[in-house]
Design a protein around this ligand. Structure first.
Ligand code: NAD
Length: 492
């Protein structure tokens, strides 16, 4: 892979994207996008206020109500979305470099898991364009009765900072293909690449007003979208705390629909007969890839007591060898956390876990070596003997911190696995496949990986049980969120 350390990043216009044009924020406000590798300001992003959100929603509303977008042939819409995806793919190196500088994720991961995945998702959803259809219904009486699958209207996509382009594409793709119009609000921490997506959309021929981008603060721009009476759906990925605010905003405005992809505290259950090396490898990268800033991170190991110590040793050995550093460097295996706040939050979990009696096996401190001085680096951290019910066992760190505990049997493993408020993902490690499938049924989570971890595909639905949210991203299931069904009766 090319060394991108000497490459200059090319930024999009420092403007909002509304009604097909790059425009200044009404009050000229900006927000600083920070490079977490050195703690310095990377770029001054435009910051949308309430007035800008109003303009963007009006543009999206008018495009839905008055333009041909929702009524043009599904194949024509799909062609434009497919071209959108192709342009993201063609520009992936430029977008990935900006993502790496702004988020701290490895360049190679940005290229494949984020920007490449975004391009793939747009193209995948485009391929569904002319396959969405209603049904003819066998009703009683002399009627022809059928359903139409129709778009909802204006979709506000509110996304977090950990996979800024792919998570946006998971929402933009099905929303646009189904005929909705979109206002995208990226996280205030990673506001840049959403504007690069806007350039791709414009160049692909997405009509004015159909796709708008308003970087801004959650409490201002996000809240204005969530309360707006002309927004029909908020498609959200982020924290349960914000999800609750969105539900309040919906209930206090127009009862708009919500889809919620939230956090997780996903268990990795390891039985006595598991392939320990394979499990240790997958557990290591299941928590330390993307610096643990992954909603589906396997942040709890629940291992049978007979293999527990051996497993923890193997994971800790791998963790201690992870090369932390500049995410643009091909040799680096883990970059900095996204922000100082995120670093301090993770360090707070570490301190409290030690106070609560958990055993720190490896890591647990900020990495300030050499050039890392000002960056937000945390050493990969493994805790053993974490108590069931303790904070580290229950709460999402959203950083590179793993909690391990031992159990005596499968019932205890299931009790611990299900004993948190989340239910996003889970892993099971055993050579007994029948047992693996039986356990998969007992785990309350939206995704279960058996003898593997963190596999994603556009064809496979992703989403949570319990407080990990509702609605499914990816696959044909995504269209359940972005369409509604109309029933038409005709007297014969
Ligand atoms: P967050 O909830 O703080 O922010 C997410 C988005 O919501 C941002 O764009 C933010 O500006 C906006 N926002 C914040 N307050 C708002 C408000 N009052 N009204 C409207 N919008 C508001 O989450 P985060 O810190 O950016 O992301 C981390 C969280 O996201 C973690 O909990 C993680 O597990 C979750 N996540 C889930 C998935 C998934 O698919 N399930 C994927 C990635 C991240």
């Amino acid at each position: 892979m090319t060394d991108v350390r000497a490459k200059q990043a090319v930024f999009p216009p420092a403007k909002l994207f509304i009604d097909g044009e790059f425009v200044d924020a009404a009050d000229g406000a900006t927000l600083d996008a920070i490079n977490p590798t050195d703690g310095r300001v990377l770029w001054r992003a435009p910051c949308a206020g309430v007035e800008d959100v109003e303009r963007a929603v009006r543009a999206a509303r008018d495009a839905f109500d008055q333009s041909k977008w929702p009524t043009m042939s599904a194949a024509s819409r799909a062609r434009i979305v497919r071209r959108f995806g192709e342009l993201v793919w063609e520009r992936r190196e430029a977008i990935a470099l900006v993502e790496t500088l702004n988020n701290g994720k490895l360049y190679r991961d940005a290229l494949t898991d984020d920007v490449g995945a975004a391009a793939g998702a747009l193209q995948y959803f485009a391929s569904w364009g002319d396959k969405l259809c209603g049904e003819t219904l066998p009703v009683r009486g002399d009627f022809l009765t059928y359903t139409l699958r129709e778009p909802l209207g204006v979709v506000a996509a509110i996304v977090p900072w950990n996979f800024p382009t792919s998570l946006a594409a998971w929402k933009i793709g099905p929303a646009l293909v189904a005929g909705n119009t979109v206002v995208l609000k990226p996280s205030e921490l990673t506001p840049i690449t959403a504007l690069m997506l806007a350039e791709c959309a414009r160049d692909a021929g997405v009509p004015p007003g159909v796709f708008n981008v308003v970087p801004g603060l959650g409490s201002v721009a996000g809240d204005a979208l969530a309360r707006h009476p002309s927004v029909d759906l908020v498609a959200f990925t982020g924290s349960p705390r914000t999800a609750r605010a969105l539900m309040r905003a919906s209930s206090e405005s127009n009862l708009k629909k919500l889809s919620l992809e939230l956090g997780g505290k996903s268990p990795q259950i390891v039985l006595a007969d598991a392939d320990l090396d394979a499990a240790a490898e997958a557990i290591t990268w299941g928590i330390f890839s993307n610096k643990g800033e992954v909603c589906s991170a396997g942040s709890r190991v629940i291992a049978h007591r007979s293999i527990y110590h051996s497993l923890v040793e193997r994971v800790a050995e791998r963790a201690s060898k992870i090369r932390v550093g500049d995410p643009r460097d091909n040799e680096t295996q883990m970059g900095p956390l996204v922000s100082l706040r995120q670093l301090e939050s993770a360090l707070g979990f570490v301190t409290r876990a030690i106070d609560a009696g958990a055993r720190l096996v490896v890591g647990g401190e900020r990495d300030t070596q050499g050039a890392h001085g000002e960056g937000f680096f945390l050493r990969p951290t493994v805790f053993a003997d974490v108590r069931e019910g303790s904070e580290l066992e229950q709460e999402e760190v959203f950083g590179p911190v793993l909690a391990c505990l031992a159990v005596d049997d499968e019932d205890a493993a299931i009790r611990v696995a299900n004993g948190v408020r989340y239910g996003l993902a889970a892993g099971v490690w055993t050579k007994d496949t029948a047992k693996a499938h039986a356990l998969a049924r007992r785990i309350r989570a939206g995704v279960v990986w058996l003898n593997t971890y963190d596999r994603f595909d556009t064809a496979a639905p992703f989403g949570g049980y319990k407080e990990s949210g509702w609605g499914r991203d990816l696959s044909s299931h995504a269209f359940d969120t972005y369409t509604q069904s109309k029933c038409v009766w005709t007297a014969l």
